[in-house]
Design a protein around this ligand. Structure first.
Ligand code: FER
Length: 294
């Protein structure tokens, strides 16, 4: 009996752990009306070990930074990837990489960003860059607690925190370029929606924009791209991926359909049979990182 009880306790604890991750969103849950038929771009698998630490190459590091946010009125945290042989006398491009509705400034650690980028940089497939993984929940209590969906307005508010607080902090404290051609933004799920919204909404600041399994916070195509000619001229990369078994595909496919109709270059890859998870997001980071700052 005692053993049964402790097994039950363990199960409940595990369920609690799982619910603190990104929601499991099966196909059909949010698909339905939003789903749009599009021709996906080809899926090419990442090589085995792309996300594993490799011996015999130089490694970067993950550090934690803190910045004062005038938007939120608190000191906020972000994880920062510094590339191999980081040198303050050099100047680097900068990539803002955003988390999902159940995450915070630590969530991307689950996706092995340092390993993925170290390997790409060692192979000459990505340029040395600084990657910032902030907390996209711009409110005083920015932990993923209680009803995680209730923080949606804080995810929207992060646009101000990012542009008015975090970006100036990074520019004042790290050796980075300050122009749009050296600035990228991408994210997973809620962070994918944020990246599409903020990236396409601020094309003077971000030339490279990516959404991985973007969530329903993704604005409608006509809102994201009110001026087709302007987007064609100013955006340099619009790149998306979503799992084929993820009910959120509609958010990506309706943007892809709009871009195709309007001859706007845009990539959407369907990760075969995969759901709403880090298999897709690691792949997104692996692909997107090779396409930016080029
Ligand atoms: C929703 C379903 C999913 C939603 C957000 C999400 C705001 C986000 C999921 C994630 O970030 O993993 O209806 O509404």
């Amino acid at each position: 009996m005692k053993r049964l009880l402790s097994a039950a306790v363990l199960l409940v604890a595990m369920a609690g752990f799982i619910s603190a991750q990104e929601p499991n969103i099966p196909r059909g849950m949010f698909g339905g009306m939003q789903q749009v038929n599009v021709k996906f771009d080809p899926y090419v698998a990442a090589p085995a070990g792309f996300d594993q630490k490799r011996d015999g190459i130089d490694h970067g590091e993950l550090i934690m930074i803190e910045y004062e946010s005038t938007t939120v009125g608190t000191t906020r945290k972000a994880t920062v990837y510094l590339p191999p042989k980081y040198d303050k006398k050099k100047t680097y491009p900068i990539f803002y990489l955003l988390h999902g509705i159940g995450g915070d400034e630590n969530e991307w650690r689950q996706g092995n960003p340092a390993e993925i980028l170290d390997n790409l940089i060692a192979d000459g497939k990505a340029v040395p860059m600084i990657v910032v993984m902030p907390n996209g929940r711009a409110q005083k209590n920015d932990r993923a607690e209680g009803n995680i969906y209730a923080a949606s307005p804080a995810f929207e508010n992060f646009e101000k925190d990012l542009i008015n607080d975090l970006m100036p902090y990074m520019e004042a404290n790290f050796p980075i370029y300050k122009d749009k051609m050296h600035r990228a933004i991408a994210g997973l799920s809620m962070g994918g929606g944020q990246s599409l919204n903020f990236g396409l909404g601020n094309m003077d600041k971000f030339a490279f924009v990516g959404g991985f399994s973007s969530a329903p916070n993704t604005r409608q195509p006509q809102q994201l791209i009110p001026d087709v000619a302007k987007t064609k001229a100013e955006n340099k990369l619009l790149w998306m991926v979503c799992g084929g078994a993820d009910g959120l595909m509609g958010n990506s496919s309706r943007l892809k359909a709009f871009c195709d109709e309007n001859d706007i270059p845009c990539t959407l890859i369907e990760y075969p049979d995969e759901g709403h998870n880090f298999v897709v997001w690691k792949y997104g980071l692996y692909c997107f990182s090779q396409l930016i700052f080029k």
